[in-house]
Design a binder for this molecule. Structure first.
Ligand code: NAP
Length: 301
């Protein structure tokens, strides 16, 4: 049975500069996590290793058994399809992983395997980085999408602000269910809306976030007219393939402040690296360039 705990600061004895870390998933070939962590390992002159490891669902139990048994293995990043299932193999979950309902980072502490979720941290850190005043004079926040990523966004936003959050989704029932779940702690901060209600929400929206997969095929949401947003609104698209989505192009053309999704991916990697290797890395321009170059090579930029 998993226990709930908050591990915001790592214990000093859990990291190892010579250790091994994996990113596991099925498939895993698309993952950019090795590029991020190898950049930091090299930058900080740390001899540890970070590799992709394909792990099918049937192999998950054996992967965790080896991870726990081998002191050289420090932990892992976890991606699709294991982000929900992995909790059953953890000795503890952080409060964040528990509330988001998914785990993307495993580390060891005092001989126990801890499951954490760093997506909310990555999302907020990216906003802080690219739009430092994002929470000054916030009127309302509108999120388009109510899938797995939105759970991390809601958790991160609720930690930071009491501003009203409008949750808009094609499938209204998913938005309503998420709003009810995350309102449990914060009364009625979050409201659920149908897609065709977007036009009435946009004029009061200070921060608009796309958390749907729209944009990945260079597509636009039919109900989204960014010209209805106030002049000082910030538009954040968490999709980063392509980096410059049609939504961001439209927002920039309308003179709005834009925040792309790549920084969320980069920042979410920071806490894991610190847990495993004992150094808190920074997201710098060189790292961004490395990942953008890789997206270009893969025809995904
Ligand atoms: P998900 O759980 O599959 O949810 C997908 C969401 O997109 C749902 O709200 C879905 O609406 C909506 N959607 C899909 N196609 C649509 C369409 N044609 N019209 C309107 N809505 C549509 O996916 P997720 O894990 O939440 O991820 C969403 C996106 O976030 C992904 O594309 C991914 O690129 C991005 N992401 C980025 C980061 C980062 O680090 N930057 C991290 C996580 C995710 P329904 O509920 O109606 O199906």
């Amino acid at each position: 049975m998993t226990k709930n705990s908050d591990h915001s600061t790592p214990a000093p004895n859990q990291s190892d500069p010579d250790g091994q870390v994996f990113v596991i998933g099925h498939p895993i070939s698309h993952s950019r996590s090795p590029l991020i962590h190898m950049y930091w390992l090299k930058k900080h002159n740390i001899s540890g290793a970070y590799d992709k490891l394909p792990v099918a669902p049937i192999e998950l139990a054996e992967f965790v058994r080896r991870l726990k048994a081998d002191a050289h293995q420090l932990g892992a990043n976890v991606t699709i399809p294991h982000k929900e299932l992995i909790k059953d193999y953890c000795d503890e979950l952080t409060d964040t992983a528990q509330k988001i309902g998914a785990t993307n980072t495993l580390f060891k502490q005092n001989g126990r395997l801890i499951g954490d979720n760093t997506d909310a941290y990555g999302f907020i850190s990216n906003l802080e980085d690219l739009a430092p005043d994002w929470d000054n004079d916030l009127e309302e926040i509108t999120i388009l999408g109510a899938g797995g990523a939105t759970r991390g966004l809601l958790y991160g936003l609720q930690q930071r602000t009491a501003a009203r959050i409008n949750l808009v989704n094609r499938t209204f029932d998913r938005a309503a269910a998420l709003a009810a779940e995350f309102n449990a702690d914060k009364s009625d901060q979050i409201g659920a809306f149908e897609s065709n209600e977007l036009a009435k929400l946009l004029p009061k929206t200070s921060l608009f976030i796309n958390a749907t997969s729209m944009g990945m095929n260079n597509d636009r949401h039919p109900n989204l007219d960014v010209s209805l947003l106030p002049n000082n609104a910030i538009v954040n698209d968490i999709v980063y393939t392509p980096l410059d989505t049609p939504l961001l192009k439209d927002a920039r053309a309308a003179g709005l402040k834009c925040v792309d999704g790549l920084g969320m991916l980069l920042h979410q990697a920071v806490p894991g690296f610190e847990h495993w290797f004992g150094v808190r890395p920074s997201v710098d321009d060189k790292l961004r360039t490395i990942i953008i170059d890789d997206l270009v090579r893969a025809g995904q930029a």
